[in-house]
Design a protein around this ligand. Structure first.
Ligand SMILES: [Zn+2]
Length: 531
């Protein structure tokens, strides 16, 4: 998974800071009333906290690249403060965006230089780290299409996010009868999740999609779990041991959920949307009724075909939208207008869209600004690569009463996927793999996947992976259906479809879809080397 397995001094000092700070964190649990006060306070002081945060983390931080961007825009701290006080945070961010103060995902990750007018700047994500945050937990962003970015978290940020999570779960009915579980991959992101639960309650089970004892994993994965458990035990807040449950056989989790239900309690699991589909398919196949079980769907698009499978198994699936770099951005509406209708957690993040612009930004792209003083990065108008519909809507659900009035829905990656030398949009691929092919050939959304590979001569090839469980199917017919649907796609990549047909670039492969190192089943999975 991670090729470099060296243990650095940075790893050791991060671990030491973690062990030093964890007892204090675990000994002062959050309750709903405190969480409510915390969120309300952050919303009340939102403008002035934003002004102070940019002063300390940008204007007074010589290495921060936003200093340059703001200078190019001619925006002194006094100007920013006046704007924010007069017009609010979002209006200020829209003004800054028009003046060039934003970063695209490529600029943020250092893949492209930042060019504004005649000036150029190279951003190293390390320089965007928040100087106000203490590095106490190490993680790595998903890296579904790249190597991933190292992210370090401060326990104060974990607690800050836990307030929002607690209120989100409380709105769904969570209380002492809920039993929380997590099913991800080992590493910082799952430690972050376990700590968030521990900030207000207990973690009942910790399932991992990859065996934490696998010698191929960086030793950090084993340590971080052991440190967490050893320190937790000393503080009287024990964490469960990691249990390896592969995506291919989720039945142990389905059985655990059933046992909890039989005991009159509510099982709740945090997992990737595609993993939730696998879990519910496994439960359905084994006749395990999950009626009343709760699932928080993370990390991947939540579509109607995916939700239907969760519902068929009896479970209640609610979306959460986040990135490793930002922390939580939005939590699922409880009176949703779309499968992935979510409320922006306005106390932690500000989200705007550029609208019609001549900056080369997609007008529907989501620009994120982190507001928490201990957030891992200083993000001002950063496009993390997603588009969505953003609106203020009075849904009447309990999350709206927390002051989270902004909704997002239809969240999709707008990063152009390149496969077989052709570009097309994620949104088309999602529709074809989740709706067109299952309708025609059977199976579920997680049974189909595109894999980009190269043949022995290095020519690009696209593998259309189809799960063997669907039984005998005509491979040519599947390939033709896929190409016809891509040819009719909204991204107007008709040429792509034609070129692929001519070049026989799409090859149907009957095997189990691959998962990425972050445990997700992506619609397009890039694979190095010959297939
Ligand atoms: Zn709502």
């Amino acid at each position: 998974m991670i090729s470099d397995r060296r243990v650095t001094l940075g790893d050791l000092s991060t671990a030491a800071r973690f062990v030093g700070a964890l007892p204090g964190f675990l000994r002062s649990p959050l309750d709903p009333a405190t969480a409510r006060r915390t969120v309300a306070g952050r919303l009340e002081w939102r403008e002035s906290d934003f002004i102070d945060h940019l002063k300390l983390a940008v204007y007074e931080a010589p290495a921060n690249p936003y200093r340059e961007l703001l200078r190019w825009a001619g925006c002194e701290h006094g100007d920013l403060a006046r704007l924010a006080r007069a017009d609010g945070v979002e209006s200020t961010l829209r003004t800054l965006c028009r003046a060039g103060v934003y970063l695209t995902v490529g600029e943020f990750k250092g893949r492209q230089p930042v060019v504004r007018g005649g000036s150029t700047l190279h951003v190293d994500p390390v320089r965007l780290r928040n100087p106000r945050a203490r590095p106490q937990i190490q993680a790595r962003s998903g890296g579904s299409r790249s190597a991933g970015t190292p992210v370090v978290f401060d326990l104060d940020f974990v607690r800050g996010c836990a307030a929002d999570t607690l209120l989100f779960l409380e709105a769904r009915g969570a209380g002492p009868r809920w039993r929380h579980g997590d099913w991800e991959v080992p590493g910082g992101a799952s430690i972050f999740r376990l700590l968030k639960f521990a900030a207000f309650g207990r973690v009942a089970r910790w399932f991992t999609q990859v065996d934490a004892a696998d010698p191929g994993l960086h030793p950090r994965y084993r340590w971080s779990g052991r440190l967490l458990r050893a320190t937790g035990a000393l503080c009287g807040a024990p964490f469960p041991p990691p249990e390896h449950v592969p995506v291919e056989d989720p039945r142990p989790i389905a059985r655990w959920m059933r046992e909890v239900l039989d005991g009159g309690e509510i099982p709740h699991i945090y997992t990737f949307a595609s993993s939730a589909v696998r879990l519910c398919q496994g439960a359905l196949a084994d006749g395990i009724d999950l009626a009343g079980a709760q699932i928080t769907l993370i990390g991947e698009p939540v579509t109607s075909p995916r939700l239907q499978i969760v519902r068929r198994a009896g479970a209640i699936g609610v979306t959460r939208y986040a990135t490793t770099e930002t922390g939580p951005i939005a939590y699922g509406c409880l009176a949703p207008a779309a499968p992935d209708d979510v409320h922006v957690v306005r106390d932690l993040q500000a989200v705007i869209q550029p609208g019609a612009n001549d900056l080369g930004l997609d007008e529907r792209s989501l620009l994120i600004t982190s507001l928490h003083p201990a957030a891992p990065f200083v993000l001002v108008n950063v496009a993390m690569g997603d588009v969505a519909t953003l609106a203020e809507r009075a849904c009447g659900c309990p999350l709206a009463r927390l002051g989270w009035a902004t909704h997002l829905e239809g969240i999709r990656s707008y990063e152009k996927l390149t496969a077989g030398g052709m570009n097309f949009l994620d949104v088309d691929v999602v529709r074809i793999l989740e709706e067109v092919l299952p309708t025609r050939f059977g199976g579920a959304p997680t049974d189909y996947q595109l894999v980009e590979t190269a043949d022995a001569d290095g020519r690009p090839r696209l593998g259309l992976v189809v799960h063997p469980r669907l039984g005998p199917l005509d491979a040519d017919e599947i390939a033709r259906t896929f190409l016809a649907a891509i040819g009719a796609g909204t991204s107007a990549e008709r040429v792509g479809g034609l070129v692929w047909q001519a070049g026989r670039l799409v090859r149907v492969e009957r095997r189990v879809p691959l998962t990425t190192q972050a445990g997700k089943i992506l619609h397009l999975h890039a694979q190095a080397g010959p297939a």
